[in-house]
Design a binder for this molecule. Structure first.
Ligand code: XLS
Ligand code: NI
Ligand code: NI
Length: 436
């Protein structure tokens, strides 16, 4: 029985279409900057929000209507969910998906049972991947939902919990490898603290580094070639998450000799929770050669949590795509919709509307960003703004050939610095709006 009997394959119909089940902008085979939209954007559907989220909130029970799901934690039900998920992704035309181990298969009484459950469901995932051609963008382990992880996993005060988490991650990497995953994500679910009164921060951070090194070693032994990512987030569920933003993650990776092994998976709503824009986070990662993948969503400025809404703001997607194009695109990563429909949008069809909207918003952002780049005025302006570094004293500094004494000699001779030029922010904002 089909899960979405009234939906057929979503087609591109162009901007004039009034069909809510058609793409207006996402035209998979259309070439932008020498690559198809499909290759640029590498859209991915998340299993947890799309197929496991019942749309409850702290004040009310789930509202989601999901006829294919009997609500039980049985392996049989998990398998039925897989069929529904792949029907959805296939009809949507999303080339990738992402999951946590515990999204796809239920936990059993012991790790051995749990692994057996996972293997049974992975078999079906494999079958469905083969049937539809949908691939795994990345896998991950859920190290935050079970009560054993209340104090964190790799940063737990309890060494047994650390061991359990390690065993779980070992298996999750194996399963990701088996499914041909292009990557594996470490999001520090509860790696952080609620109170420093009971927390040995230094020790916890060292444990986290040990944990990641073990994962890197296991990856090598296994021959898994996928990319590892770390996903920053400043708070929620803990008051202070260790991987708080791109800069903090990069510093941690460098300090512990992990920089070559992990890139960043950046999420829009996490960026804003950290007091940054998504573009800032992307630029920080890009500048460090660590721009890996994105969790595409958006927050609500009036709600202070990770609301994980679908991205629909063209201005935002334009900024994101400008930076992604600037740094050469997403190689192994993708535009992964770590987003959920609102509690009020409880029908199965809403899952389609949400994803189609997000895909169209990113396709538009891509086209606008490419047009801005082709136009060249923005790039020219920035290049011109820094032109004093292209020759003379600027070039000497950049080449590491100048000392403070040289700077003194230079300015004493000159008398004063050349005047600044206007930053022209408003002019540039108007320029961007020409393209939107
Ligand atoms: C939660 C995170 C999570 C990761 C995967 O806020 O975004 O969904 O992406 O564990
Ligand atoms: Ni995420
Ligand atoms: Ni999130």
């Amino acid at each position: 029985m089909a899960a979405f009997p009234n939906v057929s394959k979503i087609q591109y119909e162009g901007p004039k279409s009034k069909d809510p089940l058609a793409f207006k902008w996402y035209n998979p085979d259309e070439i932008v900057e020498g690559k198809s939209m499909k290759e640029h954007l590498r859209f991915s559907v998340v299993y947890w929000h799309t197929f496991r989220n019942r749309l409850s909130d702290p004040f009310g029970m789930g509202t989601a209507i999901r006829p294919w799901d009997d609500g039980s934690e049985s392996v049989e039900n998990a398998k039925k969910r897989v069929r529904a998920a792949f029907e959805f992704m296939d009809k949507l035309g999303a080339p990738f998906y992402a999951f946590h181990d515990r999204d796809v298969a239920p936990e059993g009484p012991t790790l051995k049972h749990t692994n057996r459950n996972l293997d049974a469901v992975v078999k079906v995932l494999k079958e469905e991947q083969r049937r539809t051609g949908v691939r795994l963008l990345w896998g991950t382990a859920c190290l935050f939902a079970h009560p054993r992880y209340a104090m964190g996993a790799a940063t737990s005060c309890n060494a047994d919990v650390f061991a359990y988490a390690g065993a779980q991650v070992k298996k999750a990497i194996e399963v990701t490898h088996e499914l041909g995953g292009e990557g594996y994500v470490f999001w520090g679910g509860r790696e952080g603290y609620s109170s420093l009164l009971n927390t040995d921060l230094k020790r916890e951070l060292e444990h986290l580094a040990k944990f990641l090194h073990m994962a890197v070693d296991w990856k090598k032994q296994l021959g898994f070639k996928g990319q590892f990512y770390i996903e920053p987030k400043p708070k929620e569920p803990t008051k202070h998450q260790y991987d708080s933003d791109a800069a903090a993650c990069l510093n941690f990776l460098r300090e512990h000799g992990l920089k070559d092994h992990l890139k960043l998976n950046l999420e829009t709503n996490h960026a804003t929770l950290a007091g940054h824009t998504m573009q800032h986070e992307l630029e920080v990662a890009g500048a460090a050669g660590a721009l890996g993948s994105i969790d595409a969503n958006t927050g609500d400025m009036l709600i202070g949590w990770d609301t994980d809404q679908f991205p629909t703001d063209i201005y935002l997607t334009t900024q994101v795509m400008l930076t992604i194009l600037k740094y050469g695109g997403l190689a192994t990563g993708g535009v992964n919709f770590d987003a959920k429909v609102r509690r009020e949008s409880f029908e199965p069809i809403d899952l389609f509307y949400a994803h189609i909207g997000g895909m169209d918003a990113f396709a538009r952002g891509l086209k606008i960003a490419a047009a801005i780049r082709k136009d060249g005025r923005l790039d020219d302006f920035v290049r011109q703004r820094y032109s004093s570094w292209d020759s003379g004293i600027g070039l000497k500094v950049e080449q590491g050939r100048a000392s403070l004494r040289d700077l003194e000699t230079y300015i004493l001779k000159k008398g004063d610095a050349d005047p600044n030029d206007s930053g022209r922010q408003e002019f540039l904002e108007n320029l961007i709006n020409e393209f939107i």
